[in-house]
Design a binder for this molecule. Structure first.
Ligand code: FES
Length: 102
């Protein structure tokens, strides 16, 4: 059974460039604001495990801060290796709160 959990408030997610890393459901999840919407993905880079929340955000693509692998935040797809995909999580906004589903 899935459930939504409040993980942050709107003001905690950076407006640009970076993400916010939260701990929920026993894992670290990076939340990014892209335009007017939010995306949540596993925070761990599939290359060597860097924190993607500390990566560089540009137009829905996050670039890993260690070696530059890139991910499409909407799908989780790794641009450098089409066989790899980050786990993504549905995001819901309720008032000032950001909730994710796992
Ligand atoms: S750890 Fe992310 S590209 Fe190497």
């Amino acid at each position: 059974m899935s459930s939504f959990l409040k993980v942050a408030t709107l003001g905690e997610v950076p407006e640009a460039d970076r993400g916010l890393v939260v701990e929920a459901f026993g894992r670290y999840i990076a939340i990014f604001k892209v335009g007017g919407s939010f995306h949540a993905v596993d925070n761990r880079c599939l290359h060597e495990g860097a924190s993607l929340g500390d990566g560089f955000l540009d137009g829905g693509i996050v670039t890993c801060p260690w070696h530059g692998w890139q991910y499409d935040l909407a799908s989780g797809a790794c641009i450098n290796n089409p066989k790899l995909k980050l786990r993504t999580f549905p995001v819901r906004v309720e008032g000032d709160d950001i909730l994710i589903e796992i």
